[in-house]
Write a protein that binds this ligand. Structure first.
Ligand code: NAP
Ligand code: ZN
Ligand code: ZN
Length: 356
């Protein structure tokens, strides 16, 4: 075991604060990474504040990790100290079930281990995420970071990137199709960039009129203010595919009605309360309403390589870790342009309880 520093919440109401904890030393198949950057996902906020239930405290969020390898176990041949490495939302899975064998570790039947809030058998506690100095991960779950990209702006690809890439690929989005993206936040802005790079005609739906120019710059051909009923009606029954990234309660039927016959709406945003689907929204025109969870490890590497080929990274605001609560407040006001990323060098500048 070795001592790490980080930021944790100790209850649903407590703000994140400096925290010192133990991690396991790398085992034979593990890699230890010194964290350089960690993206701030809305799931971090949902979990830190126990909005989905089941949060284990203390909670160290963070699953968009980019860093430098510092130690590797004896069996690891894929990485060596000094290499760049990435870690997303998963740090382990059974590796034996049908999903794992197909490279779909995110759908592991007994359940994958989350980068935070998952079981950590080696310490007997739970996993701690990337708002910290180091992480120790089985090498199977460590991603290779392509050369030539801005490292801080790569971090959000590890969750926001793969969560939008995977459904676009799974449902076969291709050039010439009309694709809607709902919400221009962390996931949404990656959805716009990726769907545009795949050749789709991208329409961004937003509640924030001030984001229109950015949406066009990111690759949207059209921008619809979702509060404008006439603008919504003008899009009726024209979409092949819609990706909904909204983190709060909203009217899903307004978007289902925009799909063509047999079109698909994939929900990736995860509001804490259930969404209400009017069955006639899907019965009519034989439409599909589906969900999608992050992406497997092979597909995450494919996404990183796709981003390198197309010169895609996230548009970020780099913050010191002591600004995390301000970042969360802005996230709740839809004021994210378009992903906060923590500069982990700032961790060494904060005064930590036992680590001075
Ligand atoms: P985010 O950066 O906060 O973006 C969410 C966007 O949704 C906002 O920027 C806003 O865009 C829109 N929005 C927010 N409140 C709204 C409301 N009341 N009505 C309509 N639109 C609203 O969050 P994120 O990090 O992208 O995450 C989005 C959601 O995806 C979260 O629930 C997160 O937990 C979930 N998630 C799921 C997966 C998965 O595997 N399925 C993975 C990661 C995250 P506009 O200003 O453009 O309207
Ligand atoms: Zn996430
Ligand atoms: Zn499995």
């Amino acid at each position: 075991m070795f001592t790490c520093t980080g930021y944790a919440s100790t209850s649903a109401e407590a703000p994140l604060a400096p925290f010192t904890f133990q991690r396991r030393d790398p085992g034979p198949s593990d890699i230890e990474i010194e964290i350089l950057y960690c993206g701030v996902c809305h799931s971090d906020l949902h979990t830190a504040r126990d909005e989905w239930g089941g949060t284990l405290y203390p909670c160290v969020p963070g699953h968009e990790i980019v860093g430098k390898v510092t130690r590797v176990g004896a069996e690891v041949s894929t990485f060596k100290p000094g290499d760049l490495a990435g870690v997303g939302c998963m740090v382990a899975s059974c590796r034996e079930c049908d999903s794992c064998k197909e490279g779909l570790e995110q759908y592991c039947v007994p359940g994958f281990t989350g980068t935070y809030n998952g079981p950590e058998p080696q310490t007997g506690g739970h996993t701690f995420g990337g708002y910290s100095s180091h992480v120790v991960v089985d090498s199977h779950f460590v991603l290779r970071i392509p050369e030539g990209l801005d490292l801080a702006a790569v971090a959000p690809l590890l969750c926001a990137g793969i969560t939008t890439y995977s459904p676009l690929r799974h449902w076969g989005v291709k050039a010439g199709q009309k694709v809607g993206v709902v919400g221009l936040g962390g996931l949404g802005h990656m959805g716009v960039k990726l769907a545009h790079a795949m050749g789709a005609h991208v329409v961004l739906f937003t509640t924030s009129p001030g984001k229109e120019a950015d949406a066009r710059r990111l690759g949207a051909a059209e921008v619809v203010i979702s509060k404008d009923p006439d603008a919504m009606a003008a899009q009726g029954e024209t979409f092949d595919f819609i990706l909904d990234t909204v983190a709060a309660e909203h009217d899903i039927n307004a978007y289902l009605g925009l799909l063509k016959r047999e079109g698909t709406l994939v929900q990736v945003g995860a509001p804490e309360k259930p969404l209400s689907v009017n069955v006639f929204s899907v019965i009519w025109r034989r439409r599909n309403f589906a969900g999608s969870l992050i992406g497997g490890i092979v597909e995450t590497q494919e996404m990183l390589d796709f981003c390198a080929t197309h010169g895609i990274t996230s548009d970020i605001e780099l913050i010191p870790i002591d600004q995390i609560e301000t970042a969360y407040s802005r996230m709740l006001k839809s004021d994210v342009k378009y992903r906060f990323v923590i500069d982990m060098a700032s961790l060494h500048k904060t005064s930590l309880p036992e680590a001075a």
